[in-house]
Design a protein around this ligand. Sequence first.
Ligand code: ACM
Ligand code: ZN
Length: 775
Amino acid sequence: MNKYTIIFVSLLSFTLTVYGNNDLAHTAISLVPRPSQLAPGNGDYVFSAQTVFAVENKEQAEVANELIGQFTRSARFTPGLKVGGKKGDIRFVTDASLKDEAYSLNVSSNEILIKAADCRGFFYALQTIRQLLPPAIENSNVTDEDVDWKIPAVAITDEPRFSYRGLMLDVARFFMPKENLLRIIDCMAMLKINKLHFHLTDDNGWRIEIKKYPRLTEIGAWRADRTDVPFPLRRNARPGEPTPIGGFYTQEDIKEIVAYAAKHQIEVIPEIEMPAHCTAALASYPQFACPVVNKFISVLPGMGEDNGGMVFCAGNDSVFTFFRDVIDEVAALFPSRYIHLGGDEAAKAYWKKCPLCQARIKKEHLAHEEELQSYFMNRVAGYVRSKGKEIIGWDELTNSKLPEGAIICGWRGFGQAALKAAAQGHLFIMTPARVMYLIRYQGPQWFEPQTYFGNITLKDVYEYEPIQQDWKPEYASLLMGIQASMWTEFCDKPSDVEYQLFPRLAALAEVAWVQPEQKDWPLFLKALDNYTAHLEKKRVIFARSMYNIQHTVTPEKGVLRVRLECIRPDVEIRYTVDGSEPTETSMLYTHPLTVKDSRTINCATFGAGRQLGKTLALPVKWNKATAKPILGDKPNERVLTNGIRGSRKHTDFEWCGWPENDSVTFTIDLQKEEKMKAVTIGCITNYGMSIHKPGSVSITVSNDNEHFVSAKEINFTPEEIFREGSYVDDLLINLEEEVSARYVRVTTKGAGCCPAQHVHPGQNTRFYFDEIIIE
Ligand code: ACM
Ligand code: ZN
């Protein structure tokens, strides 16, 4: 779980880092990613109908036409274009001494000179110009806006840190319509991101037309409608149930997407998952499952209940024929050098039971099912290589013998498993789930739409440094770059995806492009504001979570300390303690507040005289346990007596969970003898995540912290524990009689495993409490 480590700094106390002649700090020039070198000039260059682009050849003309087209759409003029001539206002000049993707850009009031070694460099120079232009350049129609089509004079030289700057987009769990996808590609290009890892197949949908296997998209692209409940709660389809949810890209669509991406200097890398994450394919062609699978296979609307863990049969040769055929069509559609073969999270239960898989293990002299996966991946990888392509795979490929030349995407935890591949000389890409999985919450969870796990804020992405000090030097040279991964379990419409992507994708771009010593958080935010102004004109949805306040309320010697933090240092936090709405004249937050009684703190961020983030209302409710210590002072347990209730998200930092989940004991020290009649425990149920009430809670009390006597024990029935939904329950424990004691001990036993009819049968339950209320 990521911790906020943000220090609030007022608007006036910025310290801006200025280095070399890169004097971004004192100009209105705001670019993301930040260029390597930048020197502001005098005056502006003004674009008009008289502006002429002079390019050397047809390829450069195509690049120039991208920006010219934007003027045609948004301004009342179209700049001219001359191919082959030297005369013009915006001149492209090839400079073979520059590196791949690098460019130099010299803007003066009468001309613009761009140098690059290749079209990629010219394209990125124009993306820089695009960001320097007024955001109205993104308009799709000419408007009545009075726009000065000018950019400031400046000299820029620029080149990327990494050659692989990627976004993985999961279009299997949520099918992204083509038009929306193209718009995202354009927004990636503005950030100089150059790889789209296209996750086309998974349990929840097969999204690419394969002519030889039409059922993949007739059946595999469609699933039952469960949009009324969150992904983890979704039940499987029944046989014969309509399957209205989904979609797929025809081969013509794929060609259009690839061509559009190529114009934006983006390589589209297709991912075809194997041997797992394949339920959509198996729903279409059940003969490719192990013959021991004897239940109805449907495209999964959610996690699959007892149908999770499906795999292709590794003992059936027709499975490998299927993959050869699929790879033939995929390789012909995607010009990329790479095909991603997945390889993650392959459960081995069916392979263990399957006679064909076991026969394969014997015949190939494999030690176990993990080696069978290696056999599977190597066999398909060999075919991919025979077609002149290279393979990429998830980091589980390092569990056994790696396919020759395989490039590894490090994803689990901080992606460390990829280093096992690096140690064997393999190239790798970092997309660690702990920092680069944009499915996670991007801000204080009280304000965020439901998703999974903990927080990855804009700042967390921005601060990511892939190259670690303890790496062997050769690892750094094998690191191709980094990638953000956007899994779409919780997305039901394109704007849900955009909200999770933006603005964090801009932070990814900054990490991927800019040298670490040149990063500067306040300057990045300023540039980001300019980028999001462009997004706004394109009507792309982006989150404003970076303006919201994260609270931390901690018991401390009988009072509560309330910290309010915002990841943006250029805002003020204003608050009230009398229940009124905060305004720009409310009290300014400068240091943690002390609270000694029940009251509501309302707070919000402000800047330039207006409210920027959402209002956070923090009702503190005092009881006999509030602000009292829990013996042992474990950090996770501090929230239990902090007077603040949790939201309906168990990862919002107000809920306490325990690793030793089956049995937990903690003792509250009330500091003096107190009379009490009841103990109430705030408890959350999130059925889809197997978070349930405990099986039992017992309360014992003591005056000396040695001899405890029972005050009450309560037990919950399976019906009470496994009631479906997502809700907060108060477990009211009326004591047998009023007691007087200083120490109150809570002992909780877990509820064991989820029962057979549960959406996750057999999975261990967990319990979470937010507050202990003693009255
Ligand atoms: C993954 O997140 N299963 C690659
Ligand atoms: Zn099998």
